[in-house]
Design a binder for this molecule. Structure first.
Ligand code: PBG
Length: 331
């Protein structure tokens, strides 16, 4: 009888035990690479669950502080804050976005006071603050005006910087906004403050639950005239290089799981730190599947987050940051 081994790859040798699998594991996402998005709203003692995102809530500043301290305790890299003003504080221009005593400015100042060494990033956009829900000014014909919006975004970023933000993250997708923000920050003495731009932000159905959380659904039309067409990959590189030229320090791809190819291209070609945002719809879809008993939610969470990191995202923004941090010891 011929006992020679067949000539094929024995990949299973390195999958035999947890120890050997750990030894050869190529990618290991750690909590310090995660940013946890949190929604802050007016009031006191407020914790309103977001129906479409189980486990996510809008909190007043006191609750936000508790969540931030917990995130710090868990070793999470930082938080990404979104202001949710009361509807009476919205107007056509979104002026609640940049006022010194706005919801986000007060929230940042309080959090930095309570946790000075913990990284606080802020989302810079107008859509939560405009009565029409668009990310910029609207002209007489219903179009979102690009250039006139830039100074408002720049003023918003400066107000976040004054409040003590460690990182500003423009998510509006107006052309030229990174340069406008950089110039304004430099001019106000915030030359050291980094910008994480939502560089390749797609016009995505996966933002649905967020718009409920932040109360930022457009009251007419959609965001396709400023957010990217999901069919485009090369264009993401143009957006990334434009933002880097204008002074972005970190570039983001958003959403994450449906755009792993874009994350990989951006990571390979830009040489810049790359963040990916696992958005509200990615979170809600997996949780809904888990709640219906169709899949193991924790395992799907770990797999999705690991895949986003494997694709090239050094930083992952996820509503699961706390659950991941708790789970990570057990894989
Ligand atoms: C604001 C903004 C959005 C998200 C982050 N910043 C919504 C949008 O563009 O409509 C989406 C985040 C998520 O879905 O989790 N411009």
């Amino acid at each position: 009888m011929d006992m020679s081994l067949p000539d094929f790859h024995r990949g299973r040798r390195l999958r035999r035990s947890p120890a050997i699998r750990a030894l050869v594991r190529e990618t290991r996402l750690t909590p310090d690479r995660l940013l946890l998005p949190l929604f802050v709203t007016e009031g006191d003692g407020v914790r309103e669950p977001v129906a479409s995102m189980p486990g996510v809530a809008r909190t007043s500043i006191d609750g936000l502080v508790a969540d931030v301290l917990e995130a710090r305790e868990l070793g999470i890299g930082g938080v990404l804050l979104f202001g949710v003003p009361s509807p009476t504080n919205k107007d056509e221009r979104g002026s609640g976005a940049w006022v010194d005593d706005g919801i986000i400015q007060r929230a940042v100042a309080t959090v930095k006071d309570r946790a000075p060494d913990f990284l606080v990033a802020t989302d810079v956009c107008l859509c939560e603050y405009t009565s029409h829900g668009h990310c910029g000014l609207i002209d007489g014909t219903g179009r979102v005006e690009n250039d006139a919006t830039l100074e408002l975004l720049a003023g918003t970023a400066v107000s976040h910087a004054r409040a003590g933000a460690d990182l500003v993250a423009p998510s509006d997708m107006m052309d030229g906004r990174v340069g406008a923000i950089r110039e304004a920050l430099d001019g106000e003495g915030f030359g050291d403050l980094p910008i994480m731009s939502y560089a390749a932000k797609y016009s995505s159905a996966f933002y649905g639950p967020f718009r409920e959380a932040a109360g930022s659904a457009p009251s007419f039309g959609d965001r396709r005239s400023y957010q990217m067409d999901p069919a485009n990959g090369g264009e993401a590189l143009r957006e990334v290089f434009a933002d880097l030229d204008e002074g972005a320090d970190i570039v983001m791809v958003k959403p994450a799981l449906p755009y792993l190819d874009v994350i990989r291209r951006v990571a390979d070609e830009s040489g810049a730190p790359v963040a990916a945002y696992q958005v509200s719809g990615e979170y809600a879809a997996i949780l809904a599947g888990a709640r219906a008993g169709h899949l193991d939610g924790d395992a799907a969470m770990m797999e999705a987050l690991t895949s986003i990191h494997r694709a090239g995202a050094g930083i992952v923004i996820t509503y699961w940051a706390r659950e991941f941090a708790r789970e990570v010891g057990n894989i």
